[in-house]
Design a protein around this ligand. Structure first.
Ligand code: AFP
Length: 280
C-alpha cells in the first residue's frame, strides 16, 4: 500500500509542477460548468485532465473522481483517488493562493471517511508546497521541478491557536454560529480568510486555529464537497492532532449521499471544534 500511496503523491507533485507552469496562460473561463454549477476555468480543466491521465496510469489506482467531472473514471486497482484539481481557482483572477486536494480511499467512490488511507494537498503560494498525511504522520514538502523535498516531518497543529477564517456571507450564518464567532474573537483569535480552502487550512496547520465553511440560510449543507474537500482535509488535520466537524460529528464519520454532496466543514484545534459543537 505504501508504494501506491507514495506513487500517487509523486504523481500529484509532478502534475503540480506542470500546472504551475501553465497557470498564466489558462486564466480564462470555459463555456462549461462543473457538476456543482460553478464556472470552470481553463486551468481547472487542464489540472483535472492531467491528474486523471497520470493517476489512472498507476497500476494500483482503480478509479479517479474529481469536482470537475460528473462521474467516476474507472480502471482496475485497489485504490480510488478523489481530487479537487484546482481548489480556489477563482483566486486565479486576483492572483491569490490556490491548491490541489487529494484523498486516497480503499473503497470505490463515493466512499465513507473511514475508507481514507491517505490524503494530501498542494499549495500554490509564493512557493509550491505539499502536505501529506499517511501512516498517522503529517509531512510538509517543498515542490520544485515537480519533485518533493521534505521541509518538516511529524507536523502537529500548534497548541495555542492564532487564526480563524470562515466562508459565506455573515448575514447568512446561523445565529448560534455568529455567537460562536463572537466567542473566539473574545479569545483573541485573528481573522484571516483568503477564499481557497487549501491556503486557509494551511495557515491553521502553521499557526493553529480554525477554518470553516458553515451551513447558510439558503444552503443548509454549506458550499464545500465532502468527498473532495471535507474528508481529505479532515484526515490531514486529525492526523496532525486537530479535529474536524460538520457541526455535530467528525467529517471522517460521514458517508457522502452522492459523489458531489456538500457538507458544512470545520477543521482546526480540538478545543475550538469542541467549543463549536457545544454552541451549535
Ligand atoms: P472556487 O474553486 O470556486 O474558487 O471555490 C473555492 C472553495 O471551494 C474553497 O476552496 C473555499 O474555501 C470556498 O470555496 C470559498 O468560497 P467563497 O468564495 O464563498 O468564500
Amino acid at each position: 500500500m505504501t508504494d501506491t500511496i507514495e506513487a500517487v503523491f509523486d504523481t500529484v507533485a509532478a502534475t503540480a509542477g506542470d500546472v504551475r507552469t501553465v497557470l498564466s496562460s489558462r486564466r480564462s473561463y470555459e463555456a462549461a460548468e462543473n457538476p456543482s454549477g460553478e464556472q470552470q476555468l481553463a486551468a481547472d480543466v487542464y489540472a483535472d485532465e492531467q491528474l486523471e491521465d497520470e493517476l489512472l496510469a498507476l497500476a494500483e489506482v482503480g478509479s479517479y473522481a474529481s469536482e470537475e467531472r460528473e462521474s467516476v473514471s474507472t480502471d482496475t486497482g485497489a485504490y480510488h483517488v478523489a481530487c479537487d484539481p484546482l481548489d480556489g481557482s477563482s483566486n486565479l483572477k486576483s492572483n491569490n493562493s490556490m491548491g490541489t486536494i487529494v484523498g486516497i480511499y480503499d473503497e470505490p467512490l463515493p466512499a465513507p471517511g473511514d475508507a481514507l488511507v491517505a490524503a494530501g494537498y498542494v499549495l500554490y503560494g509564493p512557493i509550491t508546497t505539499m502536505v501529506t498525511a499517511v501512516d498517522e504522520s503529517v509531512t510538509e514538502y517543498l515542490i520544485e521541478d515537480g519533485e518533493r523535498e521534505v521541509l518538516s516531518e511529524d507536523v502537529q497543529l500548534p497548541d495555542d491557536p492564532v487564526v480563524y477564517g470562515f466562508g459565506g456571507r455573515v448575514p447568512d450564518w446561523p445565529t448560534e454560529f455568529g455567537a460562536y464567532v463572537d466567542d473566539i474573537e473574545d479569545e483573541r483569535l485573528k481573522l484571516r480568510y483568503g477564499g481557497a480552502m487549501v491556503a486557509d487550512v494551511n495557515q491553521v496547520v502553521t499557526y493553529g486555529g480554525l477554518f470553516g465553511y458553515p451551513m447558510l440560510a439558503d444552503r443548509p449543507n454549506g458550499k464545500l464537497r465532502l468527498q473532495f474537500e471535507g474528508q481529505p482535509m479532515a484526515y490531514i488535520i486529525e492526523t496532525a492532532g486537530g479535529a474536524s466537524s460538520d457541526g455535530t460529528e467528525s467529517l471522517l464519520d460521514k458517508t457522502p449521499d452522492g459523489l458531489h454532496s456538500r457538507t458544512p466543514v470545520f477543521v482546526g484545534n480540538e478545543s475550538l471544534i469542541a467549543g463549536l459543537e457545544s454552541k451549535l
